[in-house]
Design a binder for this molecule. Sequence first.
Ligand SMILES: Cc1cc2nc3c(=O)[nH]c(=O)nc-3n(C[C@H](O)[C@H](O)[C@H](O)COP(=O)(O)OP(=O)(O)OC[C@H]3O[C@@H](n4cnc5c(N)ncnc54)[C@H](O)[C@@H]3O)c2cc1C
Ligand SMILES: NC(=O)c1ccc[n+]([C@@H]2O[C@H](COP(=O)([O-])OP(=O)(O)OC[C@H]3O[C@@H](n4cnc5c(N)ncnc54)[C@H](OP(=O)(O)O)[C@@H]3O)[C@@H](O)[C@H]2O)c1
Ligand code: SF4
Ligand code: SF4
Length: 505
Amino acid sequence: MAFAITQTCCSDATCVSVCPVNCIHPTPEERAFGSTEMLHIDPKSCIDCGACADACPVDAVLPVERLTGGQREYARINAAYYETEEHRPEQPVRGPVFHDWGAPSFDRVLPPDFGPLRVAVVGTGPAGMYAARDLLLHTPAEVTLIDRLPVAGGLVRYGVAPDHPSTKKAGESFARFLTHPRVRLCLGLEVGGGVTADELAAHHDAVIYAVGAQEARRLGVPGEDRPGSAAATEFVAWCNGHPDVAPDAFDLSADRVVVVGNGNVALDAARLLVSDPAALRGTPIAAHALAELRRGKVREVVVLGRRGPEHAAYTRTELLALKHLPGVNLIVDDHDPAVGSAIDEAAARDKAAALKDVRREAVDWSLPPTADGPRRIVFRFLSAPAEVCGEESVRAVRVTGTAGEVEIPAGLALRAVGHRGTPPAGLPFDESTGTVPHDRGRVTGRPGAYVVGWIKRGASGGIGANRVCATETVGSLLDDAVAGRLPTPTGSARAFRRLARRRGR
Ligand SMILES: Cc1cc2nc3c(=O)[nH]c(=O)nc-3n(C[C@H](O)[C@H](O)[C@H](O)COP(=O)(O)OP(=O)(O)OC[C@H]3O[C@@H](n4cnc5c(N)ncnc54)[C@H](O)[C@@H]3O)c2cc1C
Ligand SMILES: NC(=O)c1ccc[n+]([C@@H]2O[C@H](COP(=O)([O-])OP(=O)(O)OC[C@H]3O[C@@H](n4cnc5c(N)ncnc54)[C@H](OP(=O)(O)O)[C@@H]3O)[C@@H](O)[C@H]2O)c1
Ligand code: SF4
Ligand code: SF4
């Protein structure tokens, strides 16, 4: 018997630091950690102690014998990871092992007479919360946590799909730091709006910007601003009751929806649109969204990939979840022989192989989706959007590809083509990457300013990727503090509290 890691793993590596026999890989020191979709337990070395399951913030670790339905596949996925030569540990581990990786212990580098730093963290998404956590657990710092929204959590609160309750639990592990005695929480306060970057800097030893990537990328095709065309992130935010998205923002009366892009956000939107609303009832979905999904008529969601299945951006774990969605059929549109060949010829470890057991069908777009039977998600690869067509509102999406051009009739078009940062007030910004230029988290040319998360790395990686990123940034900040490189604040903590009270929402 062994434990296995399942779908909701967000690769934060918490389990790695508690495993007594080092049988969870890749670890943050291993090269594969940068690109892995999830971590894996070696069933041959696992001693079944359960420490990883206790430590996991998103309940992703389960005993193999408790896996049910589609989860059973994860026993194979975990074991298969260790069957490839490059992942097999050179020396089988016979515990115990003492990891040199784990939560950073910065207190080692701080001199004993080091006074508490006053650090502002802008943004309460995963990146900001991992940074705050490192500061609170490992230094005597006082932390001002700021968010422009009235509720903390960033994309864990307003991005993670409501039907992923285990992933939402990551928010609970962050929430305990919001009420930490050394935290001053300022919600509904925008930096660059209610308070300026200079004011923030003047009242703190250092400021960490964890403001995420706030802009959904655009398609740059005619018609994308038509009513009925929106960002998939906005749709998911609507499902999560985001205060900036009106309850009547989405009309789901069309029978077909096109989602452009095939990353995990595209799959989240597709899954929510075709799920049985009854199954969503016990989730934290907003009441207005559930009501509209119940009233709505969506029968089919077309997920458009401009490249082939070997280049799909979704993770295998999220695709696997779709395959087991009750009452929903998955189809690959067989419009171009190159798609079928890419799937048939894919080696087991290639991305396209995950579609081998998915039915292929040449879809006739002149016909409406079938009104009864299972709802469908259709993957159409090698097809780029050329126009969002319509008059008053969206009528179709015109796509071009190797097999020619076609209009796919649809009443709603969602673009899920990634995100980019917007320039944070008072900081330098690289327009080409949509990030703030930095050196290991230190903002270029701005002593005392740091970045972490998507505004530092660009909009990729799940929740856990921000943990390692935060460790690097907080490490740089503390090195600068010890070396005397931080500017001295001119305003007191009390003065900032007064300012925040006056300027907040
Ligand atoms: C729709 C969606 C679903 C996702 N689902 C998953 C999932 O299921 N599992 C997973 O592992 N990963 C998921 N991710 C990825 C994950 O959410 C990101 O890795 C993570 O949120 C990035 O963290 P961040 O802190 O950099 O940004 P964010 O989470 O965006 O946090 C940024 C915070 O900064 C605040 N802010 C911005 N500007 C200002 C300002 N000027 N003043 C004050 N506050 C400001 C924002 O309000 C926000 O709270 C998802 C991403 C998206 C887009
Ligand atoms: N459940 C989860 O764990 C979860 C859920 C949501 C998000 N996330 C994470 O959050 C990050 C962001 O996800 P995301 O889905 O927003 O972005 P993403 O993974 O970067 O995917 C973007 C998709 O859009 C396509 N695209 C880009 N520009 C396009 C254009 N002009 N026309 C057509 N297609 C275009 C890309 O195709 P090309 O490859 O051809 O560029 C890609 O398929 C990812 O790391 C993701 O894993 C995780
Ligand atoms: S979410 Fe973190 S703790 Fe849980 S299995 Fe994945 S890496 Fe391990
Ligand atoms: S059950 Fe124990 S031995 Fe097995 S992977 Fe988890 S922590 Fe390691």
